[in-house]
Design a protein around this ligand. Structure first.
Ligand code: ATP
Ligand code: MG
Length: 745
């Protein structure tokens, strides 16, 4: 072992230590946000490896997002210090399932070269089927129905509402489901649900695959759904050792069939579970915690637990009403700039997150950040990989990986333009189907003079297909099997693809002057591939060999890259951009789960946004707000425009969210939200140093915010201060003296 028990214990409190070293087979840690659940879970992984003696490759750790799993791997790696974390089977449920299916899927008749259909692929296929079936069912409704059907094995809902408001019997949906599934099978694709469902099937029929697994640990347990629960049990079927950590108050994936009930199921299925609660919140200032608890306590049916702050009160959270969304964005950006200046860079751009109920709210924020020259990164639901230009490149790569992917091929067969019209594509697809072959095989055969296809393709177009498309893909496929056994160079493949397609020129021809930002996205994509290869993610350790089970080699670099891209849905980025500029984070609330920032802004806290107009589960919406608020360590800002259009213009008037309406008096609504005493408190909570005043006040610009109840800081007016009572005495002293008092001088 590379750690001592002391190393592990020194950053833990009593209850956390007990959880880390519990000898019970099943351990359940249920505790509120910021209580160190994730920290305890990673410490337990290190404990189990170094002090109980489990081999890293016999431990499964499942988390909810790719980002969370990367972060966990880094932390465990840091503690172990010798690279053994690479052997742990650690990732999201989907990525772990993918690895098992790639290795052992053959046992249940799966072609190991399967591709993964992302959400937009699934939506597209379903839309086509519904159109053919000529039913009025809304594609998203059908998609959700199918997903539930797969996750639960059956569907409770026998009848659903269609676009025209009429009820449709599930018979039509069942039909759509059948055709959808046939389509995926024909194209050798698994959708997100299939990854889990097929893995359950594999591990049920062939428990051998996981006979080495000693223990299974799961973070964010409250968001597991029925299939994930089954999967967890199957992973742990040999020794039944499971550790889960979670918080029912943070359950925000009900719409994806996550079930809070899984908690009771666990306690029932695993009697004797060691239940441990953690009661100290190490993350947030006491006033942020109080405000957050006030929000969640409006739900009276919740499972109640204790959560005590360890930090001082800090400054009161702010609630502001602004005129319109642009003014709101301007206010946020000016606050960020001012707090950075006022704190002498103690608070910097990468300390700040702006958390949104839905991705569509980002427009105003993005435009003001852009105007002010502040760099930012987007996380969650912004779908980098679904941008048109990226999707084209990805489709080409999918075909290089797996030419049977008809959907992908049909999408790019005429991109760049090769003179093949929609009708030709459609009749070729039908023809392929009639001959039970893939579109690729049909074209390939056709171009070799084997005229199966009755569809007439003009000679010059045929030349284009064979000369450009088939040759191009063929030559790139050869790169996947280098003769000399050299490692596959992913970036090289992408670069050649871009060159041979003359992709930059294609973008310019298609988008005109707008093409540059699209080309920049492509460059970014190449960088991501480079990063991916550099981080060694392509050389992920294979699953351990168990007994005499034969394992298909999971060394297909392209498959791994595509799976990662598809499952991540967001590009993973650092806290700094390429020029080293620190980045503000703009994220959806869903994607911010489990993370923390010194400063958090939550704009658009109005009825219709949160609770969202399309959600019928107010409790879940309230939990979402709770999750967002509890990400903040030291400063929290909620805001709400009076109108959704600017200047009271086009958009309608909106009302403050009912979740905060009754609590508004607990927020700071007027006056400056921070000043020197606030900064001093913030420094204390963050354990950072605040530079002396004279460094800071020099160069403080005049206020530019369009908001009238924000006025310039006057450090000699204590009544304007946002700092809470405990600091009152100090506020009468000048800023200099207060600083000294704080430092105990
Ligand atoms: P969430 O529910 O939001 O996922 P969590 O319970 O997983 O929260 P962590 O993210 O593990 O909480 O911890 C929150 C913060 O508290 C982290 O910065 C962590 O380093 C810190 N922390 C956890 N335990 C302790 C401790 N015993 N002493 C000091 N700091 C701690
Ligand atoms: Mg956590």
């Amino acid at each position: 072992p590379s750690t001592t028990a002391d190393d592990i214990f020194k950053s833990l409190n009593q209850a956390q230590r007990r959880a880390v070293s519990s000898e019970a087979p099943t351990v359940a840690i249920l505790a509120g946000p910021g209580s160190g659940k994730t920290h305890t879970l990673t410490s337990r992984v290190v404990w189990l490896i170094d002090h109980v003696g489990f081999k890293p490759c016999d431990v499964i750790v499942a988390t909810f997002t790719v980002k969370a799993s990367n972060e966990m791997k880094t932390r465990i790696g840091h503690a172990l210090g010798d690279g053994r974390e690479k052997k742990i089977i650690l990732g999201t449920f989907h990525s772990i399932a993918r690895r098992y299916l790639a290795a052992y899927g053959k046992l249940i008749g799966l072609d190991p070269k399967f591709g993964i259909a992302d959400d937009s692929d699934s939506r597209g296929v379903i839309k086509r089927i519904l159109k053919r079936l000529d039913t009025p069912i809304d594609p998203p409704v059908a998609r959700a129905w199918i997903s539930k059907r797969k996750a639960k094995g059956t569907s409770d809902e026998q009848v659903v509402k269609a676009k025209n408001g009429q009820a449709v019997e599930s018979k039509a949906l069942e039909q759509c489901y059948q055709e959808y599934q046939e389509h995926l099978e024909r194209s050798n694709l698994l959708d997100y649900d299939d990854l889990l469902v097929r893995c359950v099937e594999l591990l049920r029929k062939f428990p051998h695959c996981v006979s080495n697994i000693q223990t299974v640990l799961i973070d964010e347990y409250q968001d597991t759904n029925g299939v994930q629960y089954d999967l967890m049990k199957l992973f742990a079927q040999k020794h039944r050792r499971i550790t889960i950590v979670g918080d029912p108050d943070q359950s925000i994936y009900g719409w994806r069939s996550a079930e809070i009930r899984n908690l009771h199921r666990l306690l029932r299925d695993f009697p004797g579970t060691d239940e441990i609660s953690l009661e100290e919140n190490y993350r947030s200032s006491s006033s942020i915690l109080t405000a957050s608890l006030n929000v969640i306590q409006q739900d009276e049916d919740r499972y109640k637990k204790v959560l005590k702050p360890v930090h001082d009160r800090g400054s009161r959270p702010v609630l502001r009403k602004l005129k319109g969304p642009t003014q709101e964005a301007e206010w946020i950006v000016s606050e960020i700039k001012r707090m950075r200046l006022l704190s002498g860079n103690m608070i910097n751009f990468d300390d700040v997150a702006i958390l949104l109920r839905s991705a569509s709210l980002s427009r105003h924020i993005e435009s003001v950040l852009g105007r002010e020259g502040i760099s930012y990164r987007m996380v969650g639901g912004f779908k980098f990989y679904e941008r048109a230009e990226i999707k084209i490149v990805l489709d080409y790569m999918r075909i290089i990986h797996q030419p049977d992917n008809n959907d992908a091929l049909a999408r790019i067969i005429n991109v760049p333009k090769r003179g093949i019209g929609e009708t030709t594509i459609k009749s070729l697809l039908e023809e392929a189907e009639r001959n039970s072959m893939s579109l690729w095989d049909l074209l390939d055969k056709h171009c070799r003079g084997d005229r199966i296809a009755k569809t007439t393709i003009r000679k010059n177009i045929e030349q284009k297909i064979s000369g450009e498309l088939i040759r191009l893909i063929g030559s790139l496929r050869r790169k996947l099997r280098p003769n000399d056994g050299a490692p596959i160079n992913l970036v090289d493949i992408i670069q050649q693809l871009l060159r041979d397609l003359q992709f930059e020129k294609y973008l310019e021809d298609t988008y005109g002057p707008e093409y540059e930002s699209r080309w920049a996205n492509i460059q970014e994509f190449v960088n991501l591939a480079e990063e991916f290869a550099r981080q060694g993610q392509l050389e992920e350790e294979p699953l351990p060999v168990v007994d005499s089970l034969e394992q298909a080699p999971d060394n297909d670099v392209l498959a791994k890259f595509l799976a990662n891209v598809t499952l991540a849905s967001d590009k993973q980025t650092e806290d700094k951009d390429q020029e080293g500029k620190r980045l503000v984070t703009v994220s959806t609330i869903h994607a911010a789960k489990g993370l923390e920032w010194p400063v958090v802004f939550i704009p658009a806290v109005y009825k219709g946004s949160i609770p969202h107009i399309r959600s019928d589960d107010d409790d879940e919406e309230r939990r979402l707000l709770y999750v967002a608020m509890t990400r903040a360590k030291a400063l929290l800002y909620l805001s709400c425009p009076l109108y959704t259009g600017n200047n009271g213009g086009s958009g309608g008037a909106v009302a403050l969210s009912p979740f905060v309406e009754d609590l508004a008096s607990g927020f700071l609504q007027r006056g400056p939200s921070f000043d020197r005493p606030v900064m001093t408190q913030v420094a204390k909570i963050l354990r950072r140093n605040l530079p002396p005043d004279d460094v800071i006040y020099k160069g403080m610009p005049a206020m530019t915010a369009p908001e009238d109840n924000l006025f310039p800081i006057d450090p000699n007016h204590p009544q304007q201060s946002a700092t809470v009572d405990s600091d009152r005495n100090n506020q009468h002293a000048g800023p200099r003296k207060r600083q000294k008092l704080q430092n105990g001088q």
